[in-house]
Ligand binder design. Structure first.
Ligand code: SF4
Ligand code: SF4
Length: 292
């Protein structure tokens, strides 16, 4: 069996406890207006061109078998087959193929390379995109990691079928579960979809006694007004007691440009320090452990 990923990031410190290796899977059912990993949205392999790294050497034009590079870094995407020849030849890594297929064995061997660093609760995190769109593959690799004594985490948006969660529950030490809004209309405006399934799946994980950290991005103009509703909802999930609050920023726009895409929203801004502190305090007053 094979899975499709676009990156493996070693020594990650923001994707769960301790030092971790994070695997980013291709494909996501959501379209969050502030998505920081647009290269994970589509399941298709894509080519990114980072203009700031290009030195206009013209190598990509010379090697492209499709004649898809019209001038330094200018790609006719209708002709590009994402063969990756230009990315291999580019001397400055200005071109990157986003997406490749791996076997269970390949991925297991890759993420166990850093095993010596997985101290203090560190381990491997599956992220994306939405890794559970490939739940069967994830379950097989997570199972092997558990048997090898490696801590596992799954970072999910929750917009998956129940069977996809069930497949990984026995092999997942921690779920990092994104919660963006309670009001379905607000959720749809933020992500393109309503949230009934997401709330139901989170309720299911609570009932199962899974170890869940709820990850809440706080984005001004989008979901900041939802935090009190999220607090009320989470208070009723008696086994979930850890939340992680994220301040969002706009430092990822170049990733969209690199894919030849329009930036979905340029009005992304984080709450003020005072707003953020008030929200953190409110969760702590209700007995939540709040990570930043
Ligand atoms: S090979 Fe790389 S650096 Fe050279 S023109 Fe192409 S994208 Fe730019
Ligand atoms: S990925 Fe292949 S087809 Fe696409 S521009 Fe590069 S060399 Fe050409």
């Amino acid at each position: 069996m094979r899975g499709k990923i676009f990156a493996v990031k070693p020594f990650a410190v923001h994707d769960g406890n301790g030092i971790r290796t994070t695997v980013f899977f291709k494909g996501c059912p959501l379209r969050c207006r502030w998505c920081h990993n647009p290269e994970g949205l589509s399941f298709e392999t894509q080519l990114s061109f980072f203009a700031s790294k290009c030195i206009s050497c013209g190598t990509c034009m010379d090697v492209c078998p499709q004649g898809a590079v019209l001038s330094a870094g200018k790609i006719d995407r209708t002709r590009c087959t994402t063969c990756g020849k230009c990315a291999e030849a580019c001397p400055t890594a200005a071109l990157v193929v986003q997406g490749y297929s791996v076997t269970e064995e390949m991925l297991f061997q890759r993420v166990t390379k850093e095993k010596a660093f997985y101290r203090d609760g560190g381990g491997v995190t599956f992220s994306g995109g939405e890794c559970l769109l490939q739940s069967e593959f994830c379950a097989k690799v997570l199972r092997r990691l558990k048997h090898a004594g490696i801590n596992t985490a799954v970072d999910t948006c929750g917009m998956v079928e129940r069977k996809d969660l069930e497949a990984v529950v026995p092999f997942t030490d921690t779920f990092l579960y994104d919660l963006k809004a309670i009001d379905p209309k607000v959720h749809k405006r933020c992500t393109g979809v309503e949230n009934e399934q997401i709330l139901e799946n989170l309720t299911y994980l609570n009932k199962e006694g899974a170890n869940v950290e709820v990850v809440i991005p706080l984005v001004k103009g989008y979901n900041l007004g939802e935090w009190e509703k999220m607090l009320v909802f989470l208070k009723n999930l008696e086994r979930i007691r850890t939340v992680k609050l994220l301040k969002y920023h706009g430092f990822y726009f170049s990733k969209y440009e690199a894919l030849g895409w329009k930036i979905p929203a340029t009005d992304i801004s984080a709450p003020t320090e005072e707003e953020f502190a008030a929200i953190k305090n409110a969760f702590e007053r209700e007995g939540f452990i709040v990570k930043i």
